[in-house]
Design a protein around this ligand. Structure first.
Ligand code: NFS
Ligand code: SF4
Length: 651
């Protein structure tokens, strides 16, 4: 036994995850002598200087490391201060995270263009109403015009989100006027994503922008080009092409793998591969082939954000979030896993090899050494999905003797969209955000929290997500969710209407009247744009202030790991939302840069960052902020006021 294997066996998996299925599979993997991110994390101490973002490797006079204990005692070889170094590092994180979402959005835009031109037959405009709504929201005339005419205009307009060199990206037309005014005043309205990202890369090169405040401005501008740009384009066009989600009952967890079926997992982010895969898996010819191979059928499952896209849209079961992607392979039941882009651990390739799972990359942007590549071409999507099915059938016929499927299945309601929140709370005939605002004003709902983001093996899987959300709803805060966080809560059973019993009295009353769960599942990470649109609607409807910064709302990503999460955090902050992160934060407390993110931005009229590790502490930081906003709006009831001042005194 190698020392690796010994270490793996020593880990107590109950300490690293609260997901029962994952724990069971981690134990199996350890017995099988296979390592995972959990064991590797235990073995890999993070560099403390890097964790504080106190090092710079932007040129080859360095790398330069400043001591994070006394960060102003030293500068880099070029003279760069701790503030410059941290701001530049942060900016590059925002640029990378923003690139991921905007490039994803551009991939969807490419497909939309080809569909509009008639060059792709497999995909169509599925939701014409949404096409019209989105087009008119950015000033495109729709009355009396054909779908095609509107779609052509919409394509041309949305392309500017990326390529425009001057002016403002189209979706800023949806931003509340007061918020937009603030952005204009500070020069952070994005022109086009390509320009903003290029400018960040330029400005963070050695010897260019060496004023942390000026760098942070460009961080906001670039992040906004993601939230109100690339991500929003991804969400809206995916809805137009594949349908706007409507609440439906769907299942989450590994128990949806079926021993007697061919199991295929799609993991990654874009909905395109998955949509084509659904068509292939339902093709009678393939079902016949599966039967001939001795299977009862073909079971498709999603993981991470690809999974979140189709969970809400089509009710395809979801096998688990980011830290379960390796564990699921250890079941031995996965015949094929196909991935597109983002959040795909390289280790999945060797993991798959250990268990005989066929592992495929499909996107030319994302190949993995050792993995077979079956390229997905959006002009002929079925070509690759047919190949993947054939390979999965092949593996099914040669499955290893031992398969273990954790028997956990969690049903919940998924597929809320900003449009549906309208309809649900307002009713068919008076669909609007008015009832939501009314319930916030009358205090039944204290405020709204977005809890989103990843898993991170540096903290116990799902623990912070679940405890944070429970504490929020207990305090009458309505929670909206996306990404891996939403999967954590689905596994904990909170996406069921009867989870309302865990909510405070007021929220419980609203949930019971409407028949909705206290936690709403909104989709993938790019669907955080739905939260932005919901915020804009809340401002537009009135009674809760004039800008997003006035709303009694807050955001959190308590288990984040990715650069995308930081970019999301920055666009929420720049939009006016208090946003609290867990795990770690890439800055040194007490520096001017840290001060700007955690206080200064709010003083300028934006939102601000917060940080805490403990989920209950995060919840109360968010609740205090919500109460502060309620107080400012003059909607703090007597009962809440008492609680608020007590909390306040303690704080
Ligand atoms: Ni968001 Fe989705 Fe999950 Fe995090 Fe990764 S899958 S885009 S980055 S880990 S939530
Ligand atoms: Fe060091 Fe300055 Fe070069 Fe960074 S840019 S590595 S601080 S010399």
């Amino acid at each position: 036994m190698s020392s690796e294997e010994k270490k793996t066996k020593q880990l107590n998996f109950r300490d690293v995850s609260t997901c029962e299925a994952t724990i069971q599979m981690l134990q199996k993997a350890a017995t099988d002598g296979v390592e995972t991110a959990f064991s590797r994390a235990a073995d890999m101490k993070p560099c403390p200087i890097g964790a504080d973002s106190a090092c710079c490797k932007h040129c080859f006079m360095g790398p330069c490391r400043l001591v994070s204990k006394d960060p102003y005692s030293k500068v880099g070889v070029c003279g760069a201060t701790i503030d410059t170094i941290q701001a530049r590092n942060f900016a590059r994180v925002v640029a990378s995270g923003g690139s991921a979402h905007t490039d994803h959005g551009m991939g969807i835009l490419d497909v939309f263009r080809e569909v509009v031109k008639g060059n792709i037959q497999e995909f169509q405009i599925k939701d014409e109403q949404k096409l019209r709504d989105v087009a008119s929201s950015i000033g495109i005339a729709v009355a009396g015009r054909s779908t095609k005419e509107i779609a052509v205009d919409l394509y041309n307009e949305l392309e500017k989100t990326y390529t425009q060199v001057e002016g403002e990206i189209p979706f800023v037309k949806r931003v509340p006027p007061k918020t937009l005014e603030l952005w204009r005043k500070h020069g952070v309205v994005p022109r086009g994503a390509m320009r903003e990202i290029m400018e960040i890369m330029h400005r963070t090169h050695m010897g260019v922008d060496q004023d942390y405040e000026n760098i942070v401005k460009q961080c906001s501008r670039t992040a906004l080009a993601d939230g109100w740009g690339g991500s929003m384009v991804a969400t809206e066009l995916s809805d137009i092409l594949f349908g706007t989600p409507k609440p439906l009952v769907a299942g989450v967890n590994m128990g949806y793998l079926k021993e007697d079926h061919v199991n295929i997992i799609i993991h990654g982010h874009e909905p395109l591969l998955f949509e084509a895969m659904i068509a292939s898996a339902n093709d009678p010819a393939n079902l016949e082939k599966a039967k001939a191979a001795g299977a009862k059928g073909i079971q498709l499952l999603g993981m991470c954000c690809s999974g979140a896209e189709v969970l809400g849209r089509h009710g395809v079961p979801h096998a688990g979030n980011f830290l379960s992607t390796e564990a699921v392979i250890a079941t031995g039941a996965v015949d094929a896993m196909a991935v597109d882009v983002q959040c795909i651990m390289q280790a999945l390739s060797s993991m798959s090899e250990c268990y005989g799972t066929k592992f495929f990359t499909t996107n030319p942007r994302a190949k993995i050494e050792g993995a077979a590549h079956i390229e997905f071409n959006h002009h002929t999507p079925r070509e690759s999905t047919e190949k993947i099915i054939a390979m999965a059938l092949d593996r099914f016929k040669n499955r290893p003797a031992k398969i273990v499927i954790p028997q956990r299945r969690d049903l919940g309601v998924h597929g809320f969209s900003h449009e549906y929140v309208n309809y649900m709370l307002g009713g068919t005939f008076r669909g609007s955000y008015t009832p939501l605002n009314e319930n916030i004003i009358n205090g039944r709902i204290r405020g709204v929290a977005g809890v989103v983001g990843c898993n991170n093996p540096r903290v116990k899987q799902d623990y912070a997500h679940v405890e944070l959300v429970k504490e929020l709803i207990k305090n009458n805060v309505l929670v909206v969710q996306t990404g891996c966080s939403q999967i954590a809560l689905a596994k904990a059973g909170l996406m069921k209407p009867d989870a309302a019993v865990l909510a405070g009295e007021g929220l419980q009353e609203v949930c019971e009247t409407v028949g909705m769960p206290p936690v709403l599942s909104l989709g993938s990470c790019v669907d955080n744009s739905r939260i932005l649109i919901a915020c804009a609607e809340m401002v537009r409807v009135g009674g809760l202030g004039n800008s997003i910064a006035d709303l009694p709302v807050a955001g959190a990503a308590p288990e984040y790991y990715s650069e995308k999460a930081i970019c999301i955090g920055q666009y929420f902050v720049a939009s006016g939302v208090y946003t609290v992160f867990g795990v770690t934060f890439p800055s040194v407390e007490g520096t001017k840069f840290h001060q700007l993110l955690f206080e200064g931005l709010e003083e300028l009229g934006f939102g601000k960052w917060g940080f805490a590790k403990d989920p209950i502490e995060i919840a109360h930081m968010m609740i205090r902020h919500i109460d502060k906003k309620r107080e400012a709006l003059g909607i703090m009831g007597e009962r809440e006021r008492k609680l608020f001042s007590m909390e306040d005194r303690r704080a």
